[in-house]
Design a protein around this ligand. Sequence first.
Ligand code: ADE
Length: 446
Amino acid sequence: MESVSTTSHIADASLAASGGRRVNWAERFMPVLRQIRERFAAERPLEGLRVSACLHVTTETANLMRALKAGGAEVLLCASNPLSTQDDVAAWLVEELGIAVHAVRGEDNDTYYRHIQAALAHRPTITMDDGADLVGALHMIALDRLDDLAPPVREWIAGLDADARSDIVSSILGSTEETTTGIIRLRAMAADGVLQFPVMAVNDSLTKHLFDNRYGTGQSTLDGVIRATNILLAGSTVVVAGYGWCGRGVAFRARGAGAKVIVTEIDPVVALEATMDGFPVMPMEQAAPVGDLFLTLTGNTSVVREEHFRAMKDGAIVANSGHFDVEIDVARLAEVAEGPPVEVRPMVDEYRIDGRRIEILAQGRLINLAAAEGHPAAVMDMSFANQALAAEFLLAERDSLTNQVHRVPAEIDREIARLKLAAMEIGMDVLTPEQEHYLASWDLGT
Ligand code: ADE
């Protein structure tokens, strides 16, 4: 039964036991985060911190919440996507950890923003974002741009006096951001001189984007497509839009599964790299008639548009793995399609256009989190180790950090890699004194 209280809003508290078993399963693959949690429990470095996190509510996120709580933080979690919430995990966090959770799988837009409002009403000192929704709302409040807030948040803010409004923003020490998409937005805010507090770019850590974007998105995107459709990748033509770290991960894994992979790109250097990696590169217009499966991972809007749908083969499958549901122009497809879509399988909406069928997966939302479980725990281990240590760093360095987007310090990044290697029982070589001397010298080249 749906459970609504002032502190939490989740689908069904009775799912807690199954959620707990799955959270503990994920934890087996998160040795770095576990070590951080154990240190946090001993040292309590986050004592007094109020954290509002807007993240995908998954087994991996539950382990991050556990670590933050062990460190002494008072935590609230809300969903960063209406379709990615795992209701049993939400139940476990509320029932077993006593953490406030506002997330219901499949929630409508209004509920999504009520949950964001709850995260702001928690009066956080640190926010954690996956796509900058919390920071975005905080800035609309700070800049008095109430018209740009979603209606539930706007109505709530309108009912507060000026002091209460400014308290919400002034109590923030800083924020952390998980995604490439969020960082792009935040850098634009910093460049405009409007960023109100320091932000830690967790995404920019090497132990985050080189692993989670490439291996996590690479595997889980295909996992989502396969769970939704049960198609065979071998022998099919897969069009990957965008050859950033996520696109590269998907392209290599699709090729490994036997697909013919085509890449579309807008950056000449990156397009050249894809070419030299052995992928045909062409405009979407040219790829549209040959692809069986289209995957968008660009971070941009309207990548697959009406003219592309009209050129596609009968039965072409189109899915998005970029953060926002803007990469496939589903709204336009719905306008020009013959009749409403038919849900031919869960997560598969079939549209008809020019007499041909186009299959849109997960309504154009993040396929890996909507139809599968997102990145495997073994990569989220490093991403969330960065989140936990970035929160600790923000608190410790609050007086020296400027209102800019900051990278997690390189020593922290390297320490996470060291801990991960140690957990995997992989040893490395150590420089000999002679090698150290050689590297530090400029006159020993011969
Ligand atoms: N983003 C991508 N995969 C995720 C996961 N498993 N948990 C939380 N956030 C994610």
